[in-house]
Design a protein around this ligand. Structure first.
Ligand SMILES: [Ca+2]
Ligand SMILES: [Ca+2]
Ligand SMILES: [Ca+2]
Length: 198
């Protein structure tokens, strides 16, 4: 009855905000845990070989048709129990600048739909090619990532052996070219959840 219990959750946060056609992005990740008292040993999921590590991409200017790259984090299991599978899921919330520069306030969903995901990999798996264009706009975007159809596809990925080698997670996003000025002042904060299962 215990082997489906999720032991540790790591959150990675990507902030995107569009200002006058320029996106500022930052990246942090943090870790929290829930304890499983039914088994002995631990599963300790670490990012970049540290608990609660904070990696930040600062002063990264992004204009339409430019990408946010470099968001690779290393996942490892420093515990004593093997993690057999890993689940990755995404969520986002509206994170606007105070000044909309006279433009309409676009919703978080609208912003997410113009942030295309151009690369999404974990270990040796190309996750991106497995995903569904759930909002039918012709490309995989951040709004697609949070759809339950795609969350299901990002569950049951390869796990992490206790004390074993780390596995890289990478995401690249692209602010779509030709988006309207209405997106000025709008942004979202994206959270990436990593759950390692025994
Ligand atoms: Ca907004
Ligand atoms: Ca889409
Ligand atoms: Ca706006």
């Amino acid at each position: 009855m215990s082997n489906k219990i999720m032991l540790l959750v790591v959150l990675a946060l990507i902030m995107l905000a569009v200002v006058s056609g320029v996106t500022f992005a930052s990246f942090t990740d943090r870790e929290s845990s829930t304890n499983n008292t039914l088994i002995s040993g631990t599963i300790d999921l670490k990012t970049n070989n540290a608990n609660g590590v904070s990696a930040t991409l600062t002063n990264l200017s992004l204009k339409p048709n430019n990408s946010v790259t470099g968001t690779t984090i290393q996942l490892s299991n420093s515990g004593t129990v093997n993690g057999t599978t890993l689940n990755i899921s995404f969520s986002y919330i509206e994170s606007d600048n105070a000044n909309q520069n006279g433009t309409p306030n676009m919703t978080a969903d609208q912003v997410a739909s113009v942030i295309q995901v151009t690369a999404l990999t974990y270990d040796t798996t190309n996750i991106l090619t497995t995903l569904t264009d759930t909002n039918a706009n012709g490309y995989i975007d951040v709004q697609d990532l949070v759809n339950a159809v795609n969350t299901a596809k990002m569950a049951g990925l390869s796990g992490l052996t206790a004390g074993g080698a780390s596995k890289p997670f990478n995401i690249v996003v692209l602010l779509r070219d030709g988006i309207s000025n209405d997106y000025q002042g709008d942004g979202i904060a994206i959270t990436v959840n990593f759950v390692l299962n025994q």
